[in-house]
Ligand binder design. Sequence first.
Ligand code: NI
Length: 387
Amino acid sequence: MPILNRAAELQNEVAEWRRHLHRNPELLFAVENTASFVEKKLKEFGVDEVVTGLGRTGVVGLIRGNLGSGRTIGLRADMDALPITETSGKPWASQTSGKMHACGHDGHTAMLLGAAKYLAETRNFAGSVAVIFQPAEEGGGGGNEMVKDGMMERFAIEEVYGMHNMPGMPIGHFGSRVGPIMASTDEFTITIKGRGGHAAQPHKTIDPIIVGTQIVTALQTIASRTVDPLASVVVSVTKFNAGFAHNVIPEEAVLGGTVRTLVPEVRDIGEGRIRTIAEGVAALYGATVNVAYNRNYPVTVNHAEETGYALRAAAEIAGTSNVKPSLDPMMGGEDFSYMLIARPGAFVFMGNGETAGLHHPAYDFNDEAIPHGISYWVKLAETRLAA
Ligand code: NI
């Protein structure tokens, strides 16, 4: 079955919403205007309940089906933009310098609104659909905040589903996989304290730059000599700040970086080895270190049964040959991971065609994807909640 007729009819209207959101990007939890746009639309559609202020600025709409009682499933979109200045040149480009929808969350929000409109009109399912609009996907953990705010219990949500667009994948194509699909994204900061002094008298100093360079080198052995080569891990030092003059050995050097993995146990190994290596190398030279390790988003792990439902709904819309059931996992992070820890569910990708990549200043969500995304959400709800 191809896209739904009604979803095709909705494309222009939903594209208008999407372009409105694109012109008016908001960051992290400060998505007040986006959230009130979503709230207003959900009320216009006549959904049964609209709750705002979940996880600070999240919105949930509850739509009850006409085919009797049943379970409640959650469909989730993200609302926030990125601190990037847009260069797309599109007529609907961001009106705020330094903020843009460079990850397509404008498209995700508009498509889920389109699906909510359709589902509120037709209600051709048993049980209920909770449409979830979350703030702060790009670093603030808004999904986690909504879970901590009791969203799952409040709406009796039993399963959750998420979707993200993917540049480079053709329009109308979908992909997902059972198990880990996105990485955990931890951050570390290593502060090395040595003893500063004259560059011409290095024997009277403890040079934190020498200590830092050897820590950077030794950290490479986490991926190459500590973790099983078949498990995925990235340890990247992305910051090295020290010194201020050509003739001064500084007191301090600060390293920063990220650890990413698809295997939850590898996070423990990574954190442990970073501390051991930093402390061991510093001790070797008489320096001291402080290691701050921040566990950010966990691994996004798709549940087997729910991934099956999601892939079958996608295949009904796109055709089996246009759905990849074993997409390669990615080392980027997603805070939908918190919802998948709270409830079983699945995260899928949908093609955005040949556009600039995610987080690129020339990126734009592809409005041609809108009827495919709406059709997927509707088909998933109607098949998973069949009477
Ligand atoms: Ni995104």
